[in-house]
Design a protein around this ligand. Structure first.
Ligand code: B12
Length: 381
């Protein structure tokens, strides 16, 4: 069996995978408990996936009764994904893992590894980002990386910039050792989270995480909209802050930016094609538009005023709400569209957003006036 593990590792390397390890298929009891506790504490919000049925996601034998081992691998997606650079007012940011479908090379590599097992007469099934396995728990136990305080699995060579997956097999393979390393005293990721979602080392409150809201239906909580910045999908701030990941980032070409005007004027088909590999609730492109409206509000760019006005009359109340907020961020130049909509708006949630937006505009203009008064020359110069 040692020889087979060596062949699997060689195959993983040939297939371009960046991490490799083996662990038994026994349940992940601590992860099961954690999922259940976090769900009960409300920290998982409306997340389904592995949270839907922790007893199944933490025990691969529930889905594959023949499972004896997990061959775990990782694929790094930087520097290929590029670095989106600072906000420029006209484009929105996509997290690096979603700049293109980086799961394709990961899954292809895992399939190549599964092929070796099948050729040797074993069963083999590839799982990645699947509700039947907690990928990070498998990766940590197999020694592919350590559990970081950001909750990311981190490797010394690639930092947190890894996607993870496994091959479930009935081969009884000797396990590899877990990594003897952890984050030590480093807590760089915790203050780096723009919304304070890392409530303690290793614990994420998903309901405060931008990456969670970017893929969750509903109205984005108002207090998260300014920290949202120019994002359209995903968030990399806790990964960006992680020192082991800095070396791989290097100085790469800009990537992962989409023109906000194009996103907000594209039809459904074009948007879904562009975001083919993103997780979008019910494949409803209005969630991409909702996210982009927040980015437009934060750009405070007058060039977007007409487009926001159009969204203020959109048939979907959620989009009207976010357009109202964005207009509120633009200041008093965007006052009249809000007042006009207020007269005909029937949805109480949107009405409340319009009122809050008008109040925000007043605040912006008061601040400007105070600043102007402060700068006015006095009698003695
Ligand atoms: C649900 C989910 C999310 C949710 C919730 C994330 C979360 N932290 O649980 C949301 C939508 C927010 C999300 C966001 C992201 N995700 Co996601 N997500 C998943 C999914 C589907 C399940 C995760 C899960 O079950 N977590 C279970 C909980 C219990 O795990 P945990 O929070 O990590 O908890 C552990 C730690 O707290 C640790 N622990 C406990 N106490 C302590 C104390 C200390 C000090 C430490 C260090 C650790 C520690 O033990 C717990 C387990 O027992 C997986 C795919 C899969 N099938 O596994 C991808 C996955 C985790 N996501 C991934 C990615 C890439 C992301 C993003 C980076 C995407 C982005 N750029 O926007 C962000 C990262 C945000 C973050 N810091 O986690 C990758 C992570 C790869 C990696 N290297 O770790 C995965 C594995 C997908 C994949 N196949 O590669 N994701």
């Amino acid at each position: 069996m040692e020889r087979l593990v060596e062949r699997l590792k060689e195959r993983a390397e040939e297939a371009g995978l960046d991490g490799f390890g083996v662990t038994g298929a026994d349940p992940f009891d601590v992860a099961a408990r954690t999922l259940t506790e976090r769900k009960a504490a409300g920290l998982s919000g409306r997340l389904g996936f592995t949270y839907r049925d922790p007893q199944t996601s933490s025990n691969v034998r529930r889905s594959f009764p023949w499972a004896n081992s997990l061959v775990v691998a990782a694929k790094s997606y930087v520097p290929e994904a590029g670095s989106p650079g600072p906000p420029d007012g006209s484009t929105g940011r996509v997290a690096r893992f979603a700049s293109e479908d980086h799961y394709v090379p990961l899954r292809a590599g895992l399939q190549a590894v599964a092929g070796v097992l099948v050729d040797a007469g074993f069963q083999a099934e590839v799982l990645s980002d699947d509700s039947r396995l907690i990928d990070r728990a498998a990766a940590v136990r197999a020694g592919v990386g350590w559990w970081g305080k950001s909750t990311m699995v981190i490797s010394p060579k690639h930092g947190p910039w890894l996607l993870l997956g496994s091959v479930v097999t009935d081969a009884l393979l000797p396990p590899t050792d877990p990594m003897r390393r952890d984050c030590g005293k480093c807590i760089a990721c915790i203050p780096a989270c723009p919304t304070g979602a890392l409530i303690e080392p290793g614990v994420l409150d998903a309901t405060r995480c931008i990456a969670y809201w970017a893929q969750t239906p509903g109205v984005i909580p108002r207090e998260l909209r300014r920290p949202w910045g120019d994002r359209i999908y995903g968030c990399d701030d806790c990964l960006d802050a992680c020192p082991p990941g800095h070396a791989v980032l290097g100085t790469t070409e800009l990537g992962g930016r989409l023109d906000l005007g194009e996103v907000l004027t594209a039809d459904d088909e074009v948007l879904l094609e562009m975001a083919g590999h993103w997780f979008i609730p019910k494949r409803d492109p209005d969630y991409i538009r909702r996210n982009a409206l927040i980015a437009v509000g934060n750009s405070r760019g007058a060039a977007h005023l007409l487009m926001l006005e159009r969204y203020l009359h959109h048939r979907r109340a959620t989009l009207r709400s976010h357009a109202a907020w964005a207009l509120g961020e633009m200041g008093e130049i965007a006052k009249s569209p809000l007042l006009e909509r207020m007269v005909i708006e029937h949805d109480p949630v949107v009405l409340e957003e319009i009122e809050a937006a008008l109040a925000m505009q007043r605040l912006h203009s008061d601040k400007r006036e105070t600043k102007a008064t402060d700068q006015r020359p006095t009698a003695n110069g």
